[in-house]
Design a protein around this ligand. Structure first.
Ligand SMILES: Cc1cc2nc3c(=O)[nH]c(=O)nc-3n(C[C@H](O)[C@H](O)[C@H](O)COP(=O)(O)OP(=O)(O)OC[C@H]3O[C@@H](n4cnc5c(N)ncnc54)[C@H](O)[C@@H]3O)c2cc1C
Length: 594
């Protein structure tokens, strides 16, 4: 950190917070570059929002600066300092929260500002030095042990007492959020239709290993054992989640399906109908979180003749293992992660496999992908925590990330050019994203479209898995299918690895089609690329933030996102249960935000 730029940052922050205090929003916005942007996670806006350009910054300051009362601030000199030139992390406090931010200056003006709540003052997480005592050192008549209290809570919650929050969907997302709410003391029930916590992973195909590393896949509060391998089998993850639910004392109703939910604006309360084993229970929470996953509603193309097929035909979510297909002709429709994994599994079991690729797919070698990741053992050893790394990522607005990623992915394309050449020569339709911004952005735009190569690409390149690209399945008949180029393929098995329907379909299913329209799309940044129509919103639509329906929230995403944003969602819910005013700033079309 050079002194002059430190001084510059100090002056900038001093002037910024002075302007905020005195509501001099025009002056404050002049501290930004014309194209400068500001990402705020709750601290100013009680929203998850990025404003881009001086005018939008001024608009946000105009509304929010009068609402927040900023106290002390200071530039941080801790381990949470990135080595990227003119960026400075700082802490600040408002009357209700301790906050953290990051300032990036260019020629004395702000190019990127990040602000976020860290904790609500007086309602901090009961962790570490704040943990509860657990045992009172005096004689108490009728003392209840931890077990007594736990059993009592399980008996009462949902029957005698109502939870403040119901989370529908107890995959890793719902579970992580419930853990955070537990620590914050917000009564919560998670309902999941599966028999056991962890089944969300166990029920996926047998050969699946998580694509991200152990360092990236951590759940909140509890790290995986140090001897766990870098890449985890889905069953190991399933077991971890089951254990996690127990040790984090989550009120987890397994074998419980949510069949419908209705919001009463008068009572400001939900009625959530669930079927718990054979019992019908009505829950009445103030808040409902949909955490049913982006990979829950299979998307299967409606192909003429499918019903006449004499072999096995299924969606990838129903496929278990290649074990029964030794020597059989198998066709996998699709070319993303699941399609490649299933092709490889079938090949390993001796099947004759064909992959049908409709359109371009991003492929990256697993080794290359993780050589560009910041979540590694080395970083963990450097003193940065997972939470630090998460915040470093969160501090980058998506439009900035998109530009950074274009550079990273051009490097990857170059590093592995021979690998990519052989893939293209094999006929594979390759992309690095419509805007060349690579996998991470593609995930934000549409949640799919890529394969992290753990071995199947070699099979495709060598022709051991046959490839038909640039075609779709036109018709299916008793013995196979006809592709759009007229090719006939015989098959004993057809697997549709064709992805999942958008998360917003859950609203239609569980609440009503009208509510689905009112709330709008979930996920996607509005990049204007295929499957993510514009306009650009700069944040994932409706995720972890207030929606157009009071008391309705969405949670999900990969493990890294779930871990990070569950913290912000939990704080929003905690603020509401504590009646802390949460005026939401939203310049978008959402009118009746809570
Ligand atoms: C093949 C595959 C591999 C993946 N690999 C990775 C990876 O390596 N790393 C990663 O981070 N992500 C990976 N993902 C993405 C993955 O989907 C998410 O990370 C993860 O599953 C999201 O968790 P979730 O809790 O949001 O949703 P899910 O895990 O899908 O959980 C949703 C839960 O909701 C429940 N549910 C649905 N409807 C109802 C209802 N009406 N009532 C009650 N319960 C209901 C379901 O039973 C389910 O348990 C992968 C996805 C797929 C399909």
């Amino acid at each position: 950190m050079s002194n002059s730029t430190y001084k510059e940052a100090n002056n900038w922050l001093s002037e910024f917070f002075r302007c905020v205090r005195f509501r001099e929003y025009d002056l404050a916005s002049n501290l930004f570059l014309e194209e400068g942007c500001w990402r705020d996670l709750l601290a100013f806006s009680w929203n998850i929002i990025t404003v881009e350009g001086k005018k939008d910054v001024a608009d946000m300051l105009k509304v929010t600066s009068g609402r927040i009362s900023v106290g002390e601030w200071e530039i941080e000199r801790s381990s949470l300092v990135e080595q990227d030139g003119d960026s400075y992390w700082f802490t600040f406090a408002t009357s209700i929260a301790n906050c953290k931010g990051k300032l990036t200056l260019k020629d004395g003006k702000c190019s990127v500002l990040f602000t976020s709540i860290v904790e609500l003052i007086g309602h901090e997480e009961a962790t570490l030095t704040r943990r509860k005592k657990g045992y009172i050192n005096e004689a108490i008549r009728g003392r209840k042990t931890w077990l007594d209290e736990r059993i009592e809570e399980e008996k009462k919650l949902g029957y005698i007492e109502q939870p403040y929050v119901v989370v529908v969907g107890g995959g890793q997302g719902g579970i992580g959020l419930a853990a955070r709410l537990k620590v914050l003391g917000v009564p919560t029930i998670v309902v999941d239709k599966n028999e056991r916590a962890g089944d969300s992973w166990r029920n996926r195909y047998h050969s699946l290993y998580l694509r991200n590393t152990v360092w990236q896949d951590q759940m909140p509060y509890l790290d995986f054992p140090d001897n766990w391998p870098v890449f985890m089998s889905k069953d190991r993850m399933g077991d971890w989640l089951e254990m996690y639910v127990r040790v984090m004392e989550i009120n987890y109703w397994s074998s419980t399906i949510c069949v419908g939910a209705k919001y009463s604006e008068d009572l400001e309360e939900w009625t959530v109908d669930v079927k718990r084993f054979d019992e019908v229970v009505q829950l009445k929470p103030k808040h409902l979180v949909i955490a049913t996953g982006m990979s829950g509603n299979p998307k299967v193309p409606d192909i003429a003749g499918s019903k006449t097929f004499s072999g096995v035909i299924c969606h990838s979510s129903r496929f278990n293992s290649g074990k029964e297909f030794d020597g059989k002709k198998c066709v996998v429709i699709g070319s993303n992660n699941s399609a490649h994994d299933i092709c490889m599994d079938l090949w390993e079991h001796g099947a004759d496999v064909t992959m049908v690729q409709r359109s371009e797919t991003l492929v990256v070698r697993s080794e290359t992908f993780f050589s560009h990741s910041k979540y590694t053992e080395a970083i963990a050893d450097s003193g940065l925590t997972t939470a630090d790394l998460d915040l470093i990522g969160a501090a980058i607005p998506y439009q900035v990330m998109r530009e950074q990623m274009k550079y990273v992915w051009s490097q990857i394309a170059n590093e592995d050019r021979d690998y990519y050449r052989s893939l293209v020569n094999a006929g594979f339709l390759l992309t690095f994203g419509e805007d060349q911004s690579g996998l991470e952005m593609m995930y934000m735009y549409r949640g799919s479209g890529y394969y992290i190569d753990v071995g199947a690409t070699e099979l495709v390149v060598k022709g051991l898995v046959k490839l038909k690209s640039g075609v779709i399945v036109e018709t299916v008949d008793e013995s196979g299918m006809v592709l759009s180029d007229g090719t006939k393929i015989e098959a004993d098995l057809i697997v549709f690895a064709t992805g999942y329907q958008p998360m917003s379909t859950w609203v239609s299913k569980l609440i009503s089609p009208e509510m689905a329209v009112k709330v709008g799309e979930c996920w996607g940044l509005g990049s204007g690329t295929k499957y993510d129509p514009g306009p650009w919103e700069g944040e994932l639509r409706n995720m972890w933030k207030p929606t157009a329906c009071a008391g309705l929230w969405f949670h999900g995403g990969g493990l890294t996102q779930s871990r990070l944003y569950s913290r912000f969602l939990a704080m929003q819910l905690k603020a509401r249960i504590e009646n802390i005013p949460t005026p939401v700033y939203s310049p978008q079309k959402i009118k009746d935000l809570q």
